[in-house]
Design a protein around this ligand. Structure first.
Ligand SMILES: [Mg+2]
Length: 315
């Protein structure tokens, strides 16, 4: 069932009979995961966060209670957006209010009425899928389909925070298509858009590691973010060469008879320095400018360490 693309529901209940009953009601329309206690629920939610549309969560479980599970889900970025329906045997208004305030989407009381359960689950799963689709669209660049500037900015923020905590390096390549205005003037915007798409898809194939992000940064500018900075230079140079290998004719270019890119790639060791993020962007931008000055279709790269003073060169 590895290619099961039905929405996924995680059923968490400490009693096997309850789990089985709920699973039986829902298994025709959904892919079902089961958890037997709070810790198990959190583990499974983390593992499958991208696929789980809804969690049916028993309030009273031994160890970690349903309330604690929901609070833990909400505290982690990865699982914070997953919808939760509480299933409870109690009929206390105060409890129900508490759960809803924690962020539960709904409450279902035992004994379960199958038709009501199925209808509520369907509504919430549909909402969850719509929300996910909106989020996906909001993060994509409409023309090229790769990450947009907004997604890039968020990913860069996250990567900088992580690198500052763990003192790891972070790599950033800024990429500019050479003489793209001349390309558009010569071949028209329809062909220009096509070239942007080709370059973007190629860049996406170079963002291979789990946290690498390939993004459209602006008009004909792209960015490749590598939170594990080592290797950014090789990756950027590989990409530059594969753009040449696309052999997209560019008769108006004064650099080469084909479409080429210039790249500035900077690598910085993580620091809690306030200017960390800004310096990384400025350095990559400055290197890109250098690559253009030196004749385009090339990579300019450098590694920096932010010590006491800003932008101090080192490493
Ligand atoms: Mg229970």
């Amino acid at each position: 069932m590895s290619n099961d693309d039905r929405p996924t529901i995680l059923i968490a209940d400490d009693e096997r009979l309850n789990r089985n009953m709920l699973a039986e009601l829902l298994q025709n329309d959904y892919r079902i995961l089961l958890a037997r206690d709070g810790a198990d629920t959190l583990e499974r939610a983390r593992q499958d966060a991208d696929r789980i549309a809804l969690i049916l969560l028993d309030v009273s479980m031994p160890g970690v209670s349903g309330y604690e599970v929901l609070a833990a889900l909400r505290s982690q970025e990865q699982t914070a957006g997953i919808s939760v329906i509480f299933i409870t045997g109690q009929n206390s208004e105060a409890d129900e209010e508490f759960g809803l305030r924690l962020g539960a989407a709904d409450y279902i009381h035992k004994p379960i009425r199958p038709a009501i359960l199925i209808a509520r689950v369907r509504n919430l799963v549909n909402l969850a899928l719509q929300k996910r689709e909106l989020e996906r669209v909001a993060q994509r660049d409409g023309l090229t389909g790769i990450a947009n500037r907004r997604h890039f900015d968020e990913a860069l923020d996250r990567a900088c925070r992580h690198a500052a905590r763990s003192f790891t390096t972070i790599g950033l390549a800024l990429i500019d298509i050479d003489h793209f205005k001349l390309y558009n003037d010569r071949y028209g915007h329809v062909v220009g858009d096509q070239a942007l798409r080709q370059v973007a898809q190629l860049l996406a194939r170079h963002a291979r590691r789990p946290y690498d992000v390939a993004a459209r940064y602006g008009g004909e500018e792209f960015a490749l973010l590598a939170p594990e900075g080592h290797g950014i230079t090789e990756l950027a140079e590989q990409f530059r060469r594969s753009v040449v290998d696309l052999r997209i004719p560019h008769a108006a270019s004064t650099t080469a008879p084909v479409l080429t890119v210039s790249i500035g790639a900077a690598m910085i060791a993580g620091t809690s320095h306030d200017d960390f993020r800004l310096t990384l962007l400025e350095q990559a931008d400055r290197l890109l400018y250098e690559a253009k000055l030196r004749g385009r279709n090339q990579l300019a790269h450098s590694a920096f360490a932010l010590a006491g003073e800003r932008g101090k060169q080192g490493v």
